[in-house]
Design a protein around this ligand. Structure first.
Ligand SMILES: NC(=O)c1ccc[n+]([C@@H]2O[C@H](COP(=O)([O-])OP(=O)(O)OC[C@H]3O[C@@H](n4cnc5c(N)ncnc54)[C@H](O)[C@@H]3O)[C@@H](O)[C@H]2O)c1
Length: 348
């Protein structure tokens, strides 16, 4: 990319839900970008999407990349294809914004970070929650010592009955897993970001498949229980080298009273903090005292994540959820699945 006055030409791979809701809407509205093409293995889906956004439609990634030669590519295909699509876009000289999770395995995420380094291109992942102002506030205050030593963190990405009724989210071969790799990974990323990515010593976990294979509909539509091959609930504990622990609870379906919970609590020896909305508090003689608070959770996190990526491509020194951190998160996801599936403590 040459200068900040240049409009970035963008292409999208995977013309589904997130491509439309976040990526195309952002690129279409931004004065810094022009959406020039979209690729989907379902030609009709690509064409409908292209008609809506006034861009070219393709059903083959390599043809789109060689025909359009975009500056930037958003990878919004199912998890199984992130690896090949990111590598193809990097090989074509593009900067890449890839949807989460980075890939299916740590080996793939490692190859992807090395490919980005070798190509001299940015590879960012859309861990958008960390771009919420709430997360930024908690990160600043944890780094400044307001909470003291944070020794217990509770991250929760729970749905009572929220199995996705679209896409391939219940198919382990195409998705890599269930709620952990889909929504738990978001709160894991946000928690680690706030904590400053402390080194993990070991992981234990338990996963369950109780409701996804017996129920067939919920708040996000219907699914086929006979082809439900991912976990529906998972509970993990990460032990850090600094002595602290992070407990992660995540579910697509679990008999809890709330319809959904996406939040993280940090417990320090000086104060505690809740992420959404940001709230920092401590106890004075048995009374809860608020030290800092945002009135409502920031709902512009996707917009901020995309803006940060485009600004970084244009040369601004902004922090991204980068290929290195993507690899670290993917290693943890794998360790959690290994711990749950093998019933062992996994050391890192
Ligand atoms: N950041 C977030 O909050 C968030 C939210 C939703 C989804 N996602 C991620 O986005 C990705 C897609 O999810 P979605 O909800 O949009 O799913 P989706 O099923 O709605 O969309 C995926 C699209 O990719 C297309 N596709 C499948 N295989 C392809 C291939 N080989 N080449 C090109 N296109 C292909 C499908 O036809 C479909 O149109 C997943 O990785 C998911 O984890 C992220």
């Amino acid at each position: 990319m040459s200068g900040s006055e240049t409009t970035l030409r963008v292409a999208i791979i995977g013309a589904g839900n997130i491509a439309e809701r976040v990526h195309a809407s952002f690129y279409h509205a931004s004065p810094d970008t022009e959406l020039v093409g979209v690729c989907d293995n379902r030609p009709e889906q690509a064409q409908t999407f292209a008609n809506k956004y006034g861009c070219a439609a393709f059903d083959d990634v390599d043809t789109m990349l060689s025909t359009l030669r975009p500056d930037v590519v958003s990878v919004c295909s199912p998890n199984r294809f992130h690896y090949q699509h990111v590598l193809a876009a990097l090989a074509a000289g593009c900067h890449v914004m890839c949807e989460k999770p980075p890939a299916m395995t740590p080996q793939e995420a490692d190859d992807m970070r090395q490919a980005a380094r070798k190509a001299g291109r940015l590879l960012a992942y859309d861990f958008h929650h960390r771009f919420a102002l709430d997360v930024q506030l908690l990160r600043e205050q944890v780094a400044a010592g307001t909470l003291g030593e944070v020794y217990v963190t509770n991250a929760r990405a729970l749905r009572r009955c929220g199995v996705p009724g679209w896409g391939v989210f219940t198919n382990k071969a195409l998705q890599g897993g269930g709620p952990l790799i889909d929504i738990g990974i978001h709160m894991l990323d946000a928690a680690l970001f706030v904590l400053g990515f402390p080194a993990v010593k070991c992981v234990t976990a338990h996963s369950f498949q109780k409701l996804g294979t017996t129920k067939n509909s919920g708040q996000f539509g219907a699914w086929d229980p006979a082809s439900y091959t991912v976990e529906d609930a998972l509970f993990a504990t990460l032990e850090f080298h600094n002595g602290g622990i992070l407990r992660l609870e995540t579910s697509f379906a679990l008999n809890i009273p709330e319809q959904s919970i996406m939040n993280v609590q940090f417990c320090g020896d000086k104060a505690g903090g809740t992420l959404f909305p940001a709230h920092i508090y401590h106890d004075e003689a048995g009374e809860l005292v608020t030290l800092m608070q945002r009135d409502a959770a920031d709902d512009l996190r996707h917009f901020r994540s995309m803006t940060a990526f485009v600004d970084a491509v244009k040369g601004s020194p902004v922090a991204l959820a980068d290929a290195e951190q993507g690899y670290q998160i993917q290693r943890l996801v794998q360790a959690i699945y290994d711990a749950a599936e093998q019933g062992v403590t996994v050391a890192l």
